[in-house]
Design a protein around this ligand. Structure first.
Ligand code: PGA
Length: 249
């Protein structure tokens, strides 16, 4: 069976209750997508998880968090556990995003603990990996991503999603070339316990203008979209690109 594709929106630190009308506008696009083999996911900030999950209960839109703590509960001021995220209605959680690796010093070892905790709580982890510009220029991209993967992946994850996000492409307007993306996704797949069944999605300045060629690549199972997920029109255009990509696989 071909893998379903996934277009995931990462809202980062954007969004308030006044923005929830977005979901009514997105719902028809998501319904078309799900019927065509493309899952649509939005990862709002933690404060919006519960209201977004309520709005999406009858829509074909999955909800995810942007992080969770590695422990199930305890004295961790300001943190949110995987079980809390699940309780708020989320089904996915982004882990090891490069902004968290940079801003909060998250290591791959910590990402693995968080992934284990997420799986135990019934969440599907979306584990992010990606090299910096310096690492790519030094010819180290494959080694760096390989090392991140081997240290971040939990031992016996039945289901997870990998997001390849070259750090230099995030929020910069620069995207990796389709051939660089194809090569890296193929490389990632060789390291996965279930290469044929695991979705490997691409992130880093995905926009309507470049989504068509990226979503048509065999090994690219969708996109993790930051800036272009904040408005319905560009996000819907990326979903449409994935529907076309899905049809030609
Ligand atoms: P961007 O962000 O699409 O704004 O580059 C992608 C991401 O960080 O997930």
């Amino acid at each position: 069976m071909p893998r379903r594709m996934m277009i995931a929106g990462n809202w980062k630190m954007h969004g308030q209750r006044s923005d929830l009308v977005f979901f009514e506008q997105l719902a028809p696009h998501a319904a078309t997508a799900v019927a065509a083999g493309v899952d649509v996911l939005i990862c709002p900030p933690a404060t919006l998880l519960a209201p977004v999950a309520e709005r999406c209960a009858n829509a074909a839109i999955f909800v995810g968090a942007q992080d969770c703590h590695a422990h199930s509960s305890g004295a961790h001021t300001g943190d949110v556990s995987a079980a809390m995220v699940r309780d708020a209605g989320a089904e996915y959680v982004i882990l090891g995003h490069s902004e968290r690796r940079a801003d909060h010093g998250e290591t791959s070892t910590l990402v693995r603990s968080k992934a284990q905790s997420a799986l135990a709580a019934g969440l599907i982890p979306i584990i992010c990996v990606g090299e910096t510009r310096e690492q790519r220029e030094a010819g180290e991209a494959f080694d760096i991503v390989g090392a991140q993967l081997s240290a971040s992946l939990p031992a016996d994850a039945a289901v997870l999603v990998i997001a390849y996000e070259p750090v230099w492409a995030i929020g910069t307007g620069l995207t990796a070339s389709p051939s660089d993306v194809a090569q890296m996704h193929a490389h990632i797949r060789t390291q996965l316990p279930d290469p044929a069944g695991t979705r490997v999605i691409y992130g880093g300045s995905v926009k309507p203008g470049n989504a068509g060629e990226l979503m048509a690549l065999d090994d690219v199972d969708g996109a993790l979209v930051g800036g272009a997920s904040l408005d319905v029109d560009p996000f819907a255009a990326i979903i449409t690109a994935a529907i076309h990509g899905c049809a030609v696989r």
